[in-house]
Design a protein around this ligand. Sequence first.
Ligand code: NAI
Length: 330
Amino acid sequence: MKITFFSTQPYDRESFLEHQSNPRFELVFLEEKLTEHTAPLVKGSEIICVFVNDMLNENVIRQLSQLGIQLIALRCAGFNNVDLKAAQAHNIKVVRVPVYSPHAVAEYTLAMIMTLNRKTHKAYNRVREQNFSLNGLLGFDLYKKTVGVIGTGHIGEVFCRILHGLGCNVLACDPVKKSAVEAMGIPYVPMNELLPVCDILSLHCPLHETTRYLVNSNTISQMKTGIMLINTSRGGLVDTKAIIVGLKTGKIGYLGIDVYEQEADLFFQNRSEQIILDDTIARLVSFPNVLITAHQGFFTQEALDQIALTTLDSIMQFTKGETLINEIRK
Ligand code: NAI
């Protein structure tokens, strides 16, 4: 059985080949992103495996269905890039990896905060040039700072635990309250109460119709001046143009993003020899108080192993006609 993988990098191939032991599976690794133009490459497969920036809109799903695809296996947690209604209409099942390592992303979020705050990225470069001055590197104690966590699912809960351990004053915001979070003494507060008091705000909710542009000019205006905003979830949660205005006025004091709304055209590729036509990211890169990374929050050995194991398990369940434990249902 042929399984076509889109958007693969060497580390994807290595981890899937390491964990794949079924002689009936033929894994075909493509570097191409899945789009309307590359969909015909699935020919001969019944299953495809895709990642965060592969395009699975109505048109692509129709093409996949015509080509005989019966299962879409997402090797990630978020599924905002899939038109689930179209998949259902074409009788294509969709599975994902709901949990692989919440620690990977939660710990990475802390790394972004620490880097922006204590400016270790700048210090590293300075010392390499024999500049041992501390001017411009002043940070603040995280201890007792108020941190707002939007979304306390798998990742948000681990992040709350880390912040709690650091002695931060943590406030949570999620329509679903978790007793494990409340047991840490962390209260749930509505967004309008959280925004004006947070020194740091971190996003850990999924992207869907109601969370798109959760951070916009209106919500930014309610934030404490000089706030540190961190987004390791999905780019579409923030209105980047409004963020740039906030950075220019100083309302936003620091920005750390591991995701970007238009990342599909940039991330996971080396574009260092090319002209970047996206003026928004070019502007963001120019701010001294902005840290951008290319969707690497998930990128730990433990997470890669778990992603491969769970995805291969789902494929096995599908081929045996068993219940798909990680199926996404509309
Ligand atoms: P999860 O599904 O366990 O938790 C999401 C939480 O967000 C739930 O508790 C839900 O009730 C809450 N939520 C939904 N709408 C909300 C709203 N309007 N306001 C506040 N909370 C809301 O998801 P998990 O595993 O914690 O992942 C969170 C997100 O992190 C994913 O959706 C994905 O976009 C992103 N992610 C990013 C990665 C990276 O490499 N940077 C890797 C993995 C996930």
